[in-house]
Design a protein around this ligand. Structure first.
Ligand code: LCS
Length: 393
C-alpha cells in the first residue's frame, strides 16, 4: 500500500519509512557524513545524477530523506527539503526565489526574523520589501508591483494570532504569477494544508509542533511542484543549511504522535482561552477558537482545528503582564512553542524585539501582549497556575 494514499493519521505513523537490510521498524539514524562508492565509475555516475545512491549528507541522507518524504506527504506536496532551522528554511526560499531588483510582499504578522532578514540583509542585496497587514487581502493586492516575485504569509501568525485567507491569497498570487509561500508552523499539517488551498511553498520551523518535544531545532520547505523543488534544492545543498541526521530522526519520531499531541493541546487551549476571556484581570484575548476572534469564521473555514497558541493582555499593561509571567509556576517562561510543555513569553521584548517600534505598533505587537503556547499537561493544573499567577497581579 502506498503511504501517500493513506489517511492522515496513518501517514503520520508510516510515511517516509523505508525497508532496510535488517527490516528495522524504526528508521535508523544514518550518522555519517559520507557514503563510499563501489569504484570510480560508480562515484562519477552518482555525481552525474545517473544513479540514486547517497553521496554526502549535505546532499542527501537516508534518515533526512525519510523525514522529507514524510512531511511532503503530510502537506500533499511534491517534495521536502529539510534544513537546520526554521529560519534556514525561510531564508533558503527567499534566496531561491528572490533576486536583485525583485519585490516581496511580506505580512506584518510573521515571526520577527522572517521579516527583519528581508528589511536588513535582503534589502542590502537590492530586494524591495513591502510589509502589509495581510488580514485584508486588498492590502496585498494594492502592494503588487510588476517585479513582485513572492508573497510571504504566516497564518495563524506569531504572536498576533492574525489569520490570512489562504484561498483568496493564492488566487491573487496565481493571477499575477507570484509565488505564494506560507509559514504553516502554528497549525502544522494536522490543522491546515496551505498547498491544498493553492499555495506554492510551505515552510515550517520543525522546532515546534512537528517535533513537539523542545529538544531540537530544525526546519523544512515543501514545494507543490517538481519545478520549484528543483529550483530550491540546489540553493540548500550549495549554501549548506542542511539538517543533521540525528536532528532529522528526532523530528521524524516526534511526528508519529502529532495528532494526539495536537488534539490534547488544542482541547486544553480552548478551555484556557474560555477561562482567560472570563477572567476580570484579562483585558483582551485572541484565540482562533473563540467567537470573539475577529477571524473566527475564517479559522473554521481553512483550519480543521484552532491550535494551541494564544495571545492576551493583562489589565494594567506591560507591568501587570510581567508580574503574571514572573509568577507562573507550571508554565515555563521561555521562547519557542508547540512542545508538550506549556510556555509563556513576552514577544515585544523577546522574540520580536528586533522589529522596529513602529513596525511593532502597526503589526499589533503591543507592549502588553503575552504569548501562551499550551502544552499537553492536565488542563486543571494549567488553569490553577494561571489563576494563582493572576491573583498576584
Ligand atoms: N516561523 C515561525 C512561525 C516561528 O515561530 C519560528 C521560530 C520560525 C519560523 C523560525 O524557526 P527556528 O529557526 O527557530 O526553528 N519561533 C520562535 C518563537 O516564537 N520563539 O522562539 C523561536
Amino acid at each position: 500500500m502506498k503511504t501517500k494514499d493513506l489517511k492522515f493519521n496513518s501517514k503520520l505513523v508510516h510515511s517516509g519509512h523505508f525497508k532496510d537490510k535488517f527490516n528495522s521498524v524504526s528508521v535508523p539514524i544514518y550518522q555519517t557524513s559520507t557514503f563510499a562508492f563501489e569504484n570510480a565509475d560508480h562515484g562519477a555516475a552518482c555525481f552525474a545524477g545517473e544513479c540514486k545512491d547517497y553521496i554526502y549528507t549535505r546532499l542527501g541522507n537516508p534518515t533526512i530523506n525519510a523525514l522529507e518524504n514524510c512531511i511532503a506527504e503530510l502537506e500533499n506536496g511534491f517534495g521536502g527539503i529539510a534544513t537546520a532551522s526554521g529560519m534556514g528554511a525561510v531564508t533558503t526560499v527567499y534566496m531561491a526565489i528572490l533576486e536583485q531588483g525583485a519585490h516581496i510582499i511580506c505580512s506584518d504578522a510573521v515571526y520577527g526574523p522572517s521579516r527583519t532578514v528581508l528589511e536588513t540583509l535582503f534589502a542590502k542585496f537590492g530586494v524591495e520589501v513591502s510589509i502589509v497587514d495581510s488580514t485584508n487581502i486588498e492590502n496585498i493586492k494594492a502592494a503588487i508591483r510588476s517585479n513582485t516575485k513572492m508573497i510571504f504569509v504566516e497564518t495563524p501568525a506569531n504572536p498576533t494570532i492574525k489569520l490570512t485567507d489562504l484561498k483568496a491569497c493564492s488566487e491573487l498570487a496565481k493571477k499575477h504569477n507570484i509565488i505564494l509561500t506560507v509559514d504553516n508552523t502554528f497549525s502544522s499539517p494536522y490543522l491546515q494544508k496551505p498547498l491544498d488551498l493553492g499555495a506554492d511553498i510551505v515552510v515550517h520551523s520543525l522546532t515546534k509542533f512537528l517535533n513537539g518535544h523542545a529538544d531540537i531545532v530544525g526546519g523544512i520547505i515543501v514545494t507543490a511542484t517538481e519545478e520549484l523543488f528543483k529550483k530550491i534544492k540546489p540553493v540548500m545543498t550549495n549554501m549548506g543549511p542542511n539538517i543533521d541526521p540525528h536532528q532529522a530522526y528526532m523530528v521524524y519520531r516526534g511526528i508519529k504522535t502529532l495528532a494526539v499531541r495536537m488534539e490534547k493541546a488544542q482541547s486544553n487551549a480552548m478551555k484556557i482561552a474560555e477561562f482567560l476571556e472570563a477572567h476580570p484581570k484579562i483585558e483582551w484575548i485572541l484565540y482562533p477558537g473563540l467567537k470573539s476572534h475577529p477571524q473566527h469564521e475564517l479559522a473554521k473555514k481553512q483550519m480543521s482545528g484552532f491550535g494551541s497558541m494564544m495571545s492576551f493582555g493583562v489589565k494594567g499593561g506591560y507591568e501587570a503582564g510581567k508580574k503574571m509571567i514572573n509568577n507562573v509556576q507550571l508554565a515555563t517562561l521561555a521562547v519557542s512553542l508547540g512542545g508538550v510543555e506549556t510556555l509563556i513569553q513576552h514577544p515585544a521584548s523577546m522574540t520580536h524585539s528586533k522589529v522596529s517600534a513602529e513596525g511593532k505598533i502597526s503589526a499589533g505587537i503591543t507592549d502588553d501582549l503575552v504569548r501562551f503556547s499550551v502544552g499537553i499537561e492536565d488542563v486543571d493544573d494549567l488553569i490553577a497556575d494561571l489563576k494563582q499567577a493572576l491573583a498576584k497581579v
